[in-house]
Write a protein that binds this ligand. Structure first.
Ligand code: FAD
Length: 441
């Protein structure tokens, strides 16, 4: 008998697992693994991945969403937290200890296990993804063993577990490297697209965080920077306030939702809306605690594709995408987002071994994304792009083997920990070129 259904944030991925289980401790996870659960076993965070990572006919596992900090080492700037803690709760939990995440993405609705599970990132040439902040992982393997790994303890398992797509085990605790609490000033401005494209390196070097949004039929981009501001004694928002903030639809979003409808139903209007949305941006300046300023509410639902390309090829790639959208009159109401991420050494991180520019394209959830995404994916691949694991792509094992120098190392650890592929759904089986036992039976 199928349990109630599950769907991801845009509603595109829907499934009816036989069982849905909420885990509140390592003991719960051990008991589950020993209970002969329906296969495959998949873990879901808050369902904000666009790819079918959590798609599951067997047992869908979620961690109890209660925010929890187990231990803080203020001197070493480390905190061990429950992996089901939502990102929106982390800032308020860490702030009283004088600590914060060094960077965050555009939203804070994910769980920390889910965000790090796909290499979620923000922008900043000196800053890595959230997965790079992990210093230790506690997980329960498919064999029901509880393991804590780090660079010193089971380093191979640790390398895989820092970014694992939920293919190594149920992650229950993460120890994160943090930085002292800090305040950031945001500035937003309009800039000619040609100038912005030519000056990406200089702008990125000038600001701790730099990004821009380009509605592809517009001549200007909306640029945004975040830079450290002097500390002060301003009160920080509580977890309840942070949670509530992400649910509110702003006036701009309401207008934008109408723009999405018009773009779908009256396509010739679409390109002029890009100019209107861009010129309607009035610029902004504000200063907040870091965790209060990174994320914005996203209430207009969409599907997304994002690739990380080598930083030095990014501007050419972006230019080619905009040219293609314009020449082929491809419909989208959304801007392309340009961000920068530092190189890392995580085996299956899109940023492995190379400083990267990430470029994301979006399509309204009620619109067909295939023409836009196919056209863009061809260009991303021609620029050596690697897809964000949580965002739509069409790649399979052979392509990942070619794109990631350490892919075979990751696969070897995964096969050792889960030889029968109990944690592999169809999507992951195709990514790893594996044939799980539940599919063979
Ligand atoms: C509106 C929106 C904005 C976004 N903005 C950004 C952004 O700015 N930057 C960016 O990089 N990405 C962004 N994303 C993508 C998003 O951050 C990732 O897809 C992220 O993985 C989603 O986290 P989640 O908690 O929803 O986890 P899910 O999507 O549910 O799961 C993600 C992965 O984590 C695994 N997982 C979850 N919990 C566990 C666990 N306990 N143990 C083991 N594995 C587990 C799952 O199996 C899956 O493989 C955005 C997505 C949306 C919808």
């Amino acid at each position: 008998m199928a349990a109630q259904g599950w769907q991801n944030w845009p509603g595109r991925i829907r499934c009816a697992p036989r069982q849905m289980v909420t885990i509140a401790s390592e003991d719960d996870a051990v008991r589950l693994m020993a209970s002969n659960p329906a296969l495959p076993i998949r873990m879901a965070g808050s369902g904000h991945s666009f790819t079918p990572l959590a798609d599951c006919e067997g047992t869908l596992v979620r961690l109890a969403p209660e925010p929890k900090v187990f231990h803080v080492d203020k001197e070493k700037r480390l905190a061990t937290i429950w992996a089901g803690t939502p990102v929106w709760a982390l800032g308020p939990l860490l702030h009283p200890h004088g600590l914060a995440l060094a960077n965050q993405g555009d939203i804070d609705r994910q769980t920390i296990a889910g965000a790090t599970g796909t290499g979620t990132h923000g922008t900043g040439v000196t800053l890595g993804s959230l997965s790079t902040m992990i210093r230790a992982v506690t997980l329960v393997t498919p064999a029901g063993e509880v393991k804590t790994c780090s660079l010193e303890q089971e380093p191979e398992l640790f390398q895989a577990a820092r970014l694992s797509l939920g293919s190594i085990g149920i992650i229950t605790r993460l120890t994160l490297a943090l930085v002292p609490s800090y305040r950031l000033t945001e500035n937003g401005w309009l800039e000619d697209a040609d100038k912005a494209l030519a000056n990406i390196d200089a702008a990125a070097a000038r600001h701790r965080h730099y990004e821009f949004f380009w509605f592809p039929y517009a001549k200007k981009v909306v640029a945004k920077s975040l830079d450290p501001a002097p500390p002060d004694s301003s009160p920080a928002k509580s977890a309840e306030q942070m949670h509530a903030r992400g649910l509110v639809s702003s006036f701009d979003e309401k207008i934008f939702r109408m723009g999405c409808r018009l773009t779908k139903w009256v396509p010739p209007i679409g390109p002029s809306l890009h100019g209107i949305f861009t010129s309607g941006f009035k610029g902004s300046t504000r200063t907040r605690w870091s965790f209060e300023i990174f994320a914005s509410p996203r209430t207009v639902r969409f599907n997304e594709m994002e690739y990380a390309v080598p930083a030095e090829r990014g501007a050419a790639c972006l230019e080619a995408i905009v040219r293609t959208i314009r020449n082929r009159r491809i419909r989208t109401a959304f801007p392309i987002e340009m961000r920068l991420v530092a190189a890392d050494d995580l085996w299956i991180s899109p940023f492995n071994g190379r400083a990267s520019m990430t470029l994301s394209v979006h399509q309204w959830a009620k619109d067909d994304e295939r023409t836009l995404f196919k056209a863009c994916e061809d260009i991303f691949l021609a620029h050596e792009g690697r897809p964000h694991w949580g965002k739509m792509h069409s790649l399979k094992a052979a392509e990942f083997q070619r794109l990631y120098p350490d892919f075979a190392r990751f696969r070897a650890v995964r096969e050792k920990v889960d030889p029968e592929g109990r944690l592999l759904n169809h999507h992951l089986a195709a990514i790893f070129g594996a044939s799980p036992s539940w599919r063979r039976n």
